[in-house]
Design a protein around this ligand. Sequence first.
Ligand SMILES: C[S@@+](CC[C@H](N)C(=O)[O-])C[C@H]1O[C@@H](n2cnc3c(N)ncnc32)[C@H](O)[C@@H]1O
Length: 202
Amino acid sequence: MTTDQERRGLDRGRFLWEFVRSPLRTASAVPSSAWLAERMVVGIPERGEPVVVELGAGTGAFTSAVQRRLAGRGRHVVVELNDRFAAGIARAYPSVEVICEDAVRLPELLAERGVGPADAIVSGLPWVAYAGEPPLIESVPRALASSGVYTQFAYNWTRWAPPARHLLDGLRTEFEEVMTSRTVWRNLPPAVVYLARRPRRV
Ligand SMILES: C[S@@+](CC[C@H](N)C(=O)[O-])C[C@H]1O[C@@H](n2cnc3c(N)ncnc32)[C@H](O)[C@@H]1O
């Protein structure tokens, strides 16, 4: 049987391997920490049967936090482009619906499967995923309920770089309210979480 520590070691190895294969799309050499994951799932309602959409699950750092928060309620859909990551999530979390596609088609992917609107969208996607056409940040509100919450993280050391600022500007255009968390220092590298709500176009 695999212990939690062994599983984390395996996840780190797989993550590093995928980073070497595709550094821009994987965007990090290590998975996010449990501390960052806990911040990322605060927008998921604690009651009812919420629909949660997770973008870019990797080895599941946020997936396990979403599953814990849902505790068997609602629906949890993952959109992950990398087929090895997607297969790993499907194996490890049988109750999660995994879509192995580019998140840029988010509203269509969800509509095709009768999912939505989402109560929470938890994004682990890198900048490059937001740089396509149509801009993904414009599609997110179309997949979200009017009371829905969107969370996304940014590494502290790169958050002032032009692509990250552009993304934050996009969030502020699309949502009436965007809040920035305190720095989560227990993550490699340290990061903040943007929490956006009240989408302007639903
Ligand atoms: C920085 S990793 C985050 C993984 C995980 N959420 C974590 O925090 O450890 C980015 C993830 O997004 C996925 N990804 C990148 N571009 C994507 C896209 N256009 N659509 C869906 N997934 C994408 C990558 O394959 C990778 O799993």
